[in-house]
Design a protein around this ligand. Structure first.
Ligand code: BES
Ligand code: ZN
Ligand code: ZN
Length: 461
């Protein structure tokens, strides 16, 4: 999809207009024969930034569903008194969300004769300032990277093994100054990443450790390190998941996909930052070689991990990645992981959960969340929860020994904290935002969190 600018509306293009008179979405033919798609907004009493994001998507997905390939929009309609936006932000929000709404996961479907329903061109009519155009340019880059992230996440487990994810990372950075290094199983062994090796053992697919480096600032500046869970399929391992719970587990590398495309976005935007992405990529499979409940793994940190449940594998592979992050003497480490189903129980599907012991970072991330559209909300990492990660026979256990269902997401965060205690760190449990939900006006499947939040972070902090 591309954006063009014009003072006049081309004849075959359909105008998208917002209507305060109606709540419906309808096609109208004007007296002069031109067509318009009317988006009713009567039910929106007070506009907010959150509602505006949804409205942009609603408008574009309505055009997409009707197969309107060329639409004309005057962006001044998206200016509301209640939402303060400069031209740059308006252009950016519009482009990001228009692109996100236009995406569909079609890769494995046969193309219909008439082609896919999608918007190919959005003609921006009316007043267009240079800053609005600049915002659209930025938003296009971010929106494209969000959609590429969703494409990787959506790809089935058989077509997205650790090796293939590494290959995709190398392809994703083409044309940018990002450097990708992939550690093979042998090199992972040399690094003594026993946690990653333990989880990977049950799969015929060897693990990979994917490293992305973008140096947009002088080398001496400490980098921000982004860590993404890269479990290419999570069967649960010997603690096997039941059918319902296993269905979407090809999306368990969504954190890793987000890290890849956030680093690429940073490079494409030319951010003056040093950024490192780390992705432990494994398949959590079932076989005679699978790691077992009760097994004790030697992590890279030197701490032993007692595996009490093989389905709590994300935190185990992240342990080694968080240890590896120390090599960079990072200014900040942020991990994104589809870590716990309990996160959905806690907060529903509106926001991801953040955990950190740094109160200032809580405020920063909440603000970045609202700006970006990747909303986040905190849970505590109080000392009282430390008993949940005490092992019986290992230094730490990957789930509480009393295997309770209480505070499941916090236990995940507390486990990670044991390996992330030497630098400022934020954990984002993106399980609630792994897939889109009704009302998002996004295609079914991966939602692309938290690429937009990562980009805002790298731009501002
Ligand atoms: N990948 C899952 C978490 C998940 C579940 C993400 C549903 C998105 C949607 C993770 O590896 C897992 O299986 N976690 C377990 C932890 C439990 C064994 C303590 C869970 O959530 O049940
Ligand atoms: Zn699992
Ligand atoms: Zn998992």
């Amino acid at each position: 999809m591309k954006f063009t600018f014009s003072q006049t509306i081309p004849k075959e293009a359909v105008s998208v207009v917002l209507s305060r008179e109606s709540e419906q979405t309808e096609m109208h033919v004007r007296d002069n024969g031109s067509r318009e798609l009317s988006i009713g907004i009567k039910d929106i009493k007070v506009m907010t930034r959150r509602k505006l994001v949804v409205l942009i998507r609603r408008a574009i997905s309505a055009a997409k569903e009707r197969g309107l390939s060329r639409v004309a929009i005057d962006l001044s309609q998206f200016r509301f008194q209640e939402v303060a936006l400069d031209d740059k932000e308006l252009g950016r929000l519009f482009a990001e969300n228009a692109l996100m709404a236009n995406y569909e996961f079609n890769t494995f479907k046969t193309k219909p004769k008439e082609g896919w329903k999608q918007v190919d061109e959005i003609i921006i009519v009316g007043n267009t300032s240079a800053t609005l155009k600049e915002g659209i340019k930025t938003g296009t880059i971010v929106g494209e990277e969000v959609n590429k992230c969703r494409e990787l996440s959506n790809t089935p487990g058989g077509d997205m093994t650790p090796a293939l994810l590494a290959k995709k990372a190398s392809e994703a950075v083409k044309g940018t100054s990002v450097k990708v290094t992939t550690l093979s199983k042998k090199e992972i062994e040399q690094q003594k990443m026993g946690a990653i090796l333990g989880v990977a053992r049950g799969s015929k697919e060897d693990p990979r450790f994917i490293i992305l480096e973008y140096f947009g600032a002088p080398k001496k500046e400490k980098p921000t390190v982004l860590v993404g869970k890269g479990v290419t399929f999570d069967s649960g391992g010997l603690n096997i998941k039941t059918d319902d719970h296993m269905l979407d587990m090809h999306l368990d590398m969504s954190g890793g996909a987000a890290v890849i495309h956030a680093v690429v976005a940073a490079a494409r935007l030319g951010l003056k930052k040093n950024v490192v992405g780390l992705i432990p990529a494994v398949e959590n499979a079932v076989s005679g070689e699978s790691y077992r409940p009760g097994d004790i793994l030697y992590s890279m940190s030197g701490k032993t991990i007692e595996v009490l449940n093989t389905d709590a594998e994300g935190r185990v592979v992240l342990a080694d990645a968080l240890t590896y992050a120390k090599k960079y003497d990072p200014a900040l480490v942020v991990d994104a992981a589809t870590l716990t189903g309990a996160a959905l129980v806690a907060i529903g599907t509106t926001a991801s959960i953040i955990m950190t012991r740094n109160e200032e970072l809580v405020d920063t991330f909440k603000e970045l969340g609202e700006q970006s559209g990747d909303y986040v909300w905190p849970l505590p990492l109080w000392e009282e929860y430390e008993k949940g990660v005490k092992g019986r026979f290992g230094d730490v256990s990957n789930i509480p020994t009393q295997n309770s269902r209480e505070g499941g997401s916090i236990n995940g965060g507390m486990f990670l904290l044991q390996f992330a205690d030497s630098y400022p760190w934020v954990h984002i449990d993106i399980a609630p935002r792994m897939t889109s939900v009704d009302g998002d006006y996004l295609a079914k499947g991966a939602a692309g969190a938290p690429v937009r939040l990562f980009v805002r972070l790298l731009e501002q902090k």
